[in-house]
Each structure stands twice: as structure tokens, then as C-alpha cells.
Design a protein around this ligand. Sequence first.
Ligand code: GRF
Length: 191
Amino acid sequence: MKDKITHIAIFASGAGSNALKIIEAFAQSPRIRISLILCNKAGAGILQIAEDKQIPAILIDKEQFFRGNAYTDELRAHSIDLLVLAGFLWKIPPALIRAFPGKIINIHPALLPKYGGKGMYGRHVHQAVIDHQEKESGITIHYVDELYDHGSTIFQAHCPVLPGDTPETLAKRVQQLEHSHYPRVIRELVS
Ligand code: GRF
């Protein structure tokens, strides 16, 4: 299927800076298309990005996500091949994992298996890394299974934790890694 277009859905809950990098990276691609954005938070930055970039967006309804079809019909209607989580804070329901086996990936702002799991998001992650006096942190891009931050690792990149780092300064260093590696890893996964 050499000439097939790979359709990607991005799931995000927040500012959407990773989503934006991914959208920009593939804006001119003849083979990879960001075809759908799914968001669980009204007013999130990602929804404005979707509007600006004219990408269809769905505001996720909790009931439908966890006890309904988990949006599998909508994803299939957009011919989605790969689900990319970029700052999506809800656990992915089993129905969705079963519908897209091995086709859901996530990025985590630390070196898993450390500093992952429920409650480990945003500044909590970086605060924990600093509190444990780690010498390095980084990013983990991994497949998604039914547990938080648990599926097998696809790629990790490291950065130092510097003396005097705050969660904010460390977050910035980690975010640079995210922005430069996530689009590249996605490209490699689908080619
Ligand atoms: C990133 O740090 C990502 O690793 C984590 O959530 C954050 C999303 O940030 N899963 P943004 O919304 O892409 O700016």
C-alpha cells in the first residue's frame, strides 16, 4: 500500500503545543494527514488550533467515551490509522484499545517507567523528578495499553536536570525534546 495516505487522529486536553508541532510537521505531507482532533476539555488551546488549521475536532463526551462506542465509529469514518496522544489526560478505554491494537501512542515528559502513572502529569512529573534529585530526565514515546504510562517504549531522549531547576525550567527543557522528536518518531512509525 505504498501510496496510501496515513490518517492520524490527535487526542489532546491542553495547550496543544505538541499537537501544533505535529500538525505543522505534516502540513505539506502527501502521505500523512492529521485528519481529526479529539479533546475532552471545552476551551482548551488545542480546539483553537484545530479551528485555525481547519481540522475537524470533536469535544469528547465522557459517557460516550467510557461507556459508549469510545468514538470508534467516528475514528473509522475518518479512516484513522494511528491515534496520537499529546497531552491527553484520560485513560484510554479498553474498547478503543481493542479497536486500534498497536495503533495508539503517547508521549510522557519523563523517563518511564519512573515518574509515570495516575496523577503524574504536567508539573507534578517535573517536581517529582527534582524531589528525587535525579541527574537526568527526558521523554518517553510509547504504545498505549490499558494502564497509565505503561505500554512498551518506542523511543526515549534524555536531558540533564540542572542544579537550581524548578518544575518550570525543567519542563521547558523537556518540552524542547518533545517538540523535536515526536513528529519525527511518528513519521518513522508510519513509513
Ligand atoms: C506534554 O508534556 C506531554 O508529554 C504530556 O502532556 C504535555 C502536553 O503539552 N503528555 P501540550 O499540550 O502539547 O503543550
